[in-house]
Design a protein around this ligand. Structure first.
Ligand SMILES: C[S@@+](CC[C@H](N)C(=O)[O-])C[C@H]1O[C@@H](n2cnc3c(N)ncnc32)[C@H](O)[C@@H]1O
Length: 294
């Protein structure tokens, strides 16, 4: 499936639009409950750090199927929450869920957060769960989000720590590599580890107009399915691109290795891998007082 419409995005985000507004977004929308359950240890950390007040106006960047946006809207009962995302499928799913949950102060829009023309200072809090790692231009995207926040408005993000701390990426990618030497996901470039290095996180956010950057590390078991068979379906649905070009023998080897690692991580709580993420908090700097310009 190709992109469902011609949303205008920054040139650096065209491939992301094709993926998230295509097959990948459709898969995420159809399996939103699985992804939400996987993210649950970090979701609680994010929402606690966000400390949303009743009257807050909340922006959720890369909201996906909108669990974070809907929870923000419940917390901001006399305020509102806007979720934006590249994926029309996930935005549709988020709207459907918001209606089913009877929420009237939550809104969703398909848009590129990097260039969307937010009203200046329109939000008290900006959230983002595992989405900022996909921005094509981190500096531009965070500067745009900073403008959308009022002075002293708060930013709260969840991002992954390094590959070394995330067993789930190493094990699942390693199994599907089936002996191939695949390049490790590079640190600092777009993808899971784009915002894993604390120094880089501080540099990007202070450069974009934030201050008081604070990182809290969390390690948690990450759930992939009720049992190995359930997790196999879920993971393969997401990662089948990794075995698409293999010949039959190599594909069988990769699938066998995937089954083995999932079986080895099958516990009483389902299939669980070690993972580690940052909960990042920052505050939008106050603009300098007028008349201070040279
Ligand atoms: C890993 S998913 C996370 C979705 C959701 N936050 C969650 O935790 O379930 C990443 C999301 O970021 C969105 N995204 C990536 N780049 C974006 C951009 N420039 N503007 C808006 N959304 C973006 C994708 O469409 C995708 O839904």
């Amino acid at each position: 499936m190709g992109p469902t419409n011609a949303l205008h995005v920054d040139a650096s985000n065209v491939e992301q639009l094709q993926a998230w507004d295509g097959d990948e977004g459709a898969y995420w929308a159809a399996h939103a409950d699985y992804f939400d359950r996987s993210a649950s240890p970090y979701h609680e950390k994010l929402m606690t750090a966000a400390a949303i007040a009743t009257t807050d106006r909340v922006l959720d960047v890369g909201c996906g199927a909108g669990q974070t946006t809907r929870d923000a809207a419940r917390a901001a009962a006399a305020g509102s929450a806007l979720g934006i995302d590249l994926s029309s499928q996930m935005i549709d799913e988020a709207r459907r869920r918001a209606v089913a949950e009877g929420l009237s102060n939550v809104f969703f829009e398909q848009a590129d957060a990097q260039i969307y023309q937010f009203a200046a200072g329109a939000f008290d809090v900006a959230l983002s769960r595992s989405a900022a790692i996909f921005f094509g231009d981190q500096a531009a995207a965070f500067a745009n989000i900073a403008r959308a926040l009022r002075p002293r408005g708060r930013l709260v993000l969840t991002t992954w720590q390094s590959l070394a701390d995330n067993e789930w990426v190493r094990e699942i990618m390693g199994a599907l590599a089936a002996g191939r030497q695949l390049p490790s996901p590079p640190p600092n470039s777009r993808g899971p580890f784009a915002l894993s290095d604390p120094d880089r996180i501080r540099d990007v956010l202070t450069g974009a107009g934030f201050t008081d950057v604070n990182l809290e590390g969390t390690t948690a078991g990450m759930w992939f399915g009720d049992d190995a068979a359930d997790a196999y379906e879920f993971v393969l649905g997401l990662m089948s691109w990794m075995v698409r070009d293999l010949d039959d023998a190599a594909r069988q080897r990769a699938l066998g290795e995937l089954r083995s690692t999932l079986a080895a991580h099958d516990t009483a709580d389902g299939v669980v891998y070690e993972s580690a993420a940052w909960t990042i908090q920052a505050t939008r700097k106050r603009p300098p007082p007028e008349g201070n310009d040279p």
